[in-house]
Structures are given as C-alpha cells and as structure tokens.
Write a protein that binds this ligand. Structure first.
Ligand code: 1PR
Length: 563
C-alpha cells in the first residue's frame, strides 16, 4: 500500500525523493514487478535519456507491470521522461513508448534557439472545463530541461491533443507541458526543481481530494497558436567555490583571478564576522549549505557548487563534499550543479573508478547536473588527435549517454593570451581587440582566449572556441563560461568572450566571472544573448542581492522568474 517511486537505475532521481520528504510524504521505491500491485499511487521521475529509461525498465521487467498499473486506474504522475514514455516513440532512441498517447516525441529545432530548452518557462492551460489546475497557475514559472518534446498539433493529431492539459512555447514551437486524463497526469517540466510552484503541484497531486482524477472522457481543448514571444526567462545562478581551509573545514571561498588566498592588506568589506585571519589564508565567505539555502530563499534560479581542489583527490573519497551536496539538496528545490573532479580516478588500492561512477555518486547525493572542467579539455584534445570524433569513452559521452546531455555541463576556464600585432598565428580568426573606451589595461591590446586545466594552473594549446565546439560535439548540454581575467574583478562579464562562445555553439551558455553590479547582468543578456548569468563574490559579500538583479532585469524588459 502507499506511494511508490519508479527508478530505472540511471536517472538522477534523488531530487524528487528530497522534495517528497520535505512535503512530509512517505514513499518506497519500486524494486520488483510485484511492487506495482502494492502501489496505490506511483510517480515516475524519468530523468535522463528516453532510450536509457526504456532499456532500464525493460531489463528489470517493469514495462508490462507499468502498463497494467496505469490501466488499473490508480494514480500515475510521470515527470519528464516519465511523461514522454506515455507517447508512441521518441526520436531520442529506437525504443517504443507505451503508446497511450498516439503521437511521437521529436527534437526541438535549434535554428532559432539553443537546445536543450533549459530553464524556467510558464504554461497555458487548454482544458476549458475543469475547476482547478492541480495547484498550477499561469503566472508561475516551472523548470524545464529537455531537448525532445511532444509538439502540440490539434489538427494533425486530434486524439493526442485530447490529452493535453497545458502547453508551453519555446521560440516558435508550442509543445505539451502537461497531460491529464483520468488517473494519468504528466509534466514535461520538473515540479521537484520548480521551487514553490512545483512543491504546490506535487502537494496537490499527493492530496488526492484537491486533484481532479475524474476526467475519463475527453474534455474540450482550445487551440493555441504560437505567440510572437515565448515566456522563457533568463536564469540567475549563484555559484559557490568550495574547498577545505587550512583548518580542514569545507568553506565557500572566492578568489580574484582564481587566487583564493587573502592578500596582505585586504580589508573585509561588509561583514566583520567573516574575519580575515591572516594574509595567505584561504578566504572564508561562509558555509556552503547555509549559503545555498540563503540563495534558494532569495530567488536564485539555479545553484552551483564547485569543488575547486578536487584535482588533488577523487570525489568518491571526499565524503565531506558529498555530505555537503546531500545536505544542500535536501534544502533547495531549484537545480543544483556540482563540479570538480568529474573524471576517471583510481582508488588507493588501484581500483579504477570511472567518471560515470563519480558523477553517479554526485547524482545520488542530489545533484541535478554535473560540471566537468579539466577532463573536458583533455577529451577534446583526444578527439582532435583522433581526427575529430569521440570514441564514446570520455566523461562527457558516458555521462550524457546514461543521464542525458542536459545533465552534463562543461565548465571552461579560459585566460587571455595577449599577442603582438600584426598577428598571423593559428588563432587569428578568434583575436579580440581592446576598445579605446574599454578598461584601461585592455586598450590598444589584442588577445585570444586560451583554455586551461587544474583551476587555471596549466595552459593548454586549445582555444575557447575549439573547446566549446568540441564539448558540444561530444554531448555536453550546457557551457559554464568563466573568465580567469575577470574572475572577482567586478569589472563586468567579458562580453567579447561571451559573444564569441555564444555564437559558436547551440547549447545554452552561462556567462560567469566579473559581475560587479546588477546592470552587468542586463548588459550580458542584451549584448551577448546568453541564457544564464552567474555570480559569486557580489552575492557572498551581500553587495548586490538576487532580487536587485532581477528587478534591474525586469526594468530593462528582460524576462525573469519571480519569487
Ligand atoms: O577541473 O573538473 O576538477 O573542475 C574544477 C572546477 O573548479 C572548475 O569548474 C573550475 O572552474 C573551478 N575552479 C578551480 N579553481 C578555481 C579557483 O577559483 N581557484 N573556480 C575554480 C572557478 C570561477 C567561478 C566563479 C566565477 C564568478 N571559479 O566559479 O564563481 O568566476 O566569480 P565572481 O562573480 O566573483 O567574479 P575540474
């Protein structure tokens, strides 16, 4: 008896478990075909890739029990792939879906937008005759992360359209956001990552009385043509660089151009309680879990935790860091990205641990995405040496295959390499010239952006464009674009760098490093058209708040998620 969750073995499903715990609902995991008979309600948080999900269900003998469960009329809530599996098929693989909804799932077009559709968007309800919307509303934003979608096509697929409860628009594509019929509900977005709006929906579904389950017959739907503009929002990401201080405690630190140690005369700008112990000590800007909680409450659309010294040891042995991820994930209900040390490692006894295992440990601890730094550079170097194709063994490829490319972020740490003019070297197509009205140290100079590994300690013979395009080809779903030159300077994002990368790839780009004022965010969204912008120092030191950033963006006509 009771609520069960269906896990097919590879999805990063801990987020949903944390959300249910927060809402006070007990649940069990489906562990055998018999559990489907016992379940009185079932949630399938299908995170990952369609083919992997179907293969995972099939290998466990769960396909027919799932079909029988749904046919029995007991409540079913499918999230993301858990909704897509109700359809006929997906272009994301060869496998067939359950076929309840007679329509295929296809890939978004990337002609006019970045893919995956990753971020916060709103819904339009199509069902005209039911009284409640299951705790949802059109003013809220929900968190989507997917490259494949069911197009809303009431003329071409009228039978499938009868299932559609709400739609969302991305670019000029209108697609299915939620489906509902009888005992079946499904959402393309992730309620467990959609902040207060998502918690409200899950709570309504779990409290059956507030959730309509009586619609056996098709209800009238209104046709919904594309609007001139979608309601997709720009994301604000709060990032914490985490490392052990000299006492061995994990702290949030923050460097200037990646140097995280106190300078001899650095004054503490705002908060005397964050006492500077001594020159040369690792800067301590707070505790990671407490800060993550603060940023969730303040309206961060996403939170990133980067383990910045993980190159020294394997994250699988870094129990304090895993404990931080676990604790943070229990308190924040927006996407959580974890980076640092996602690569093949060896245990002290010589046992090899693959990057996929390392990522799996982070996902099980509650991460939604993993961010790969140094290993991504090495993978692209290997790919280029092998003639431009990946061999399927890199961290990016293996993790994207198992968890979906949307779970794989590549964090790039580029550094300017200044050149003498005239320059006719191999990176001449990517050379940027400092503007006469730009920062003083850039005027009259020219440079290209060179990639680094190990937190900027080592330069590699690879440009930022070569790296960005390489990781996209290998299967990365997003790029987190830092700048060693701008990190911690407060001078604003490096717009030349951000524009260069934004126009080189189709995946979403998060601009990072250098934010000093709320206006810098408006500038990077308007001038470089990135999907997200990240800051660390100004948020940690409370110089600028997330609400202030969002207010400034709204005043500039840029769409953001409210609290
Ligand atoms: O190489 O896969 O182990 O990953 C290591 C990760 O740690 C990479 O994502 C790398 O960027 C990060 N990292 C390594 N060393 C440092 C350092 O600071 N010494 N931090 C470091 C990178 C940059 C951003 C920062 C923004 C915004 N920090 O995370 O948050 O620059 O800062 P600002 O708003 O204050 O300007 P691997």
């Amino acid at each position: 008896m009771g609520l069960f969750l269906l896990d097919y073995g590879a999805g990063n499903v801990q987020s949903l478990a944390n959300t249910l715990a927060r809402l006070g609902h007990d649940f069990r995991w489906i562990s055998s075909a018999q559990d489907f008979d016992t379940a009185t309600s079932l949630i399938f948080p299908g995170v990952g890739a369609f083919q992997t999900a179907v293969d995972g269900l099939a290998s466990r003998g769960f396909i027919e029990p799932l079909r029988a469960y749904i046919a029995s009329g007991r409540p079913y809530f499918g999230i993301c792939i858990g909704m897509q599996i109700l359809f006929q098929s997906s272009a994301e693989g060869e496998a067939a879906g359950l076929g309840l909804i007679p329509s295929p799932i296809d890939r978004f077009s990337d002609v006019d937008k970045s893919v995956p559709h990753m971020g916060w968007n709103s819904v339009d309800f199509l069902d005209t005759d039911h009284k409640s919307n299951e705790g949802m509303d059109e003013a809220s934003h929900y968190y989507f992360v997917h490259s494949y979608r069911a197009a809303y096509d009431p003329d071409g697929r009228p039978e499938a359209a009868q299932w559609v409860h709400s739609v969302t628009q991305y670019g000029q594509e209108v697609f299915v956001a939620t489906v509902r019929k009888g005992n079946v509900f499904g959402s393309q977005f992730h309620p467990e990552k959609s902040g207060a709006a998502g918690l409200k929906l899950l709570d309504a579904w779990l409290h059956e009385s507030e959730f309509e389950r009586t619609h056996a017959a098709p209800t009238p739907r209104i046709s919904r043509p594309p609007k001139p503009k979608d309601t997709f929002t720009k994301r604000i990401v709060a990032c914490m660089d985490v490392r052990a201080n000299d006492q061995g405690d994990l702290v949030v630190t923050k460097g200037d151009q990646y140097d995280v140690r106190e300078k001899p005369s650095t004054p503490n700008p705002t908060d005397p309680s964050l006492a500077i112990s001594a020159a040369g000590a690792v800067r301590n800007l707070g505790k990671p879990v407490a800060l993550a909680e603060r940023y969730f409450a303040e309206g961060a659309d996403e939170i990133a935790l980067l383990n910045i010294t993980s190159f020294r040891h394997s994250p699988l042995h870094d129990q304090p860091m895993l404990a931080v991820v676990r604790a943070a994930a229990q308190k924040i209900f927006v996407p959580l990205t974890i980076g640092g040390g996602i690569r093949d490692t060896y245990d002290p006894d010589g046992t090899r641990r693959s990057a996929l295992e390392v990522a799996g440990a982070y996902f099980r601890a509650g991460a939604d995405k993993v961010s790969i730094g140094s290993e991504a550079v090495h993978a692209v170097e290997r790919m280029r040496a092998a003639g431009g194709r990946g061999d399927g063994t890199s961290a990016i490829e293996t993790i994207a295959h198992a968890y979906g490319r949307q779970a794989v972020v590549v964090s790039i740490d580029p550094k300017r390499t200044y050149v003498d003019l005239p320059y006719d070297g191999p990176h001449r197509g990517e050379v940027v010239f400092g503007l006469e009205d730009g920062p003083e140290q850039e005027r009259g100079r020219a440079w290209w952006y060179q990639c680094t590994v190990s937190g900027g300690r080592e330069l590699r013979d690879l440009s930022v464009v070569e790296l960005a395009q390489g990781v996209e080809a290998l299967g990365a779903g997003e790029i987190l674009l830092n700048s060693i030159d701008r990190d911690g300077t407060g001078l604003g994002f490096d717009l030349d760098l951000v524009r260069l990368v934004r126009r080189s790839v189709k995946v979403p780009v998060v601009a990072s490093s250098g934010a000093g004022r709320a206006e810098h965010f408006a500038e990077v969204f308007e001038e470089a058209e990135v999907e997200a912008a990240l800051a660390a120092g100004i948020f940690h030191r409370k110089e600028v708040g997330i609400a202030e950033v969002k207010k400034t963006l709204l005043e500039a006509g840029i769409n953001v998620r409210g609290l």
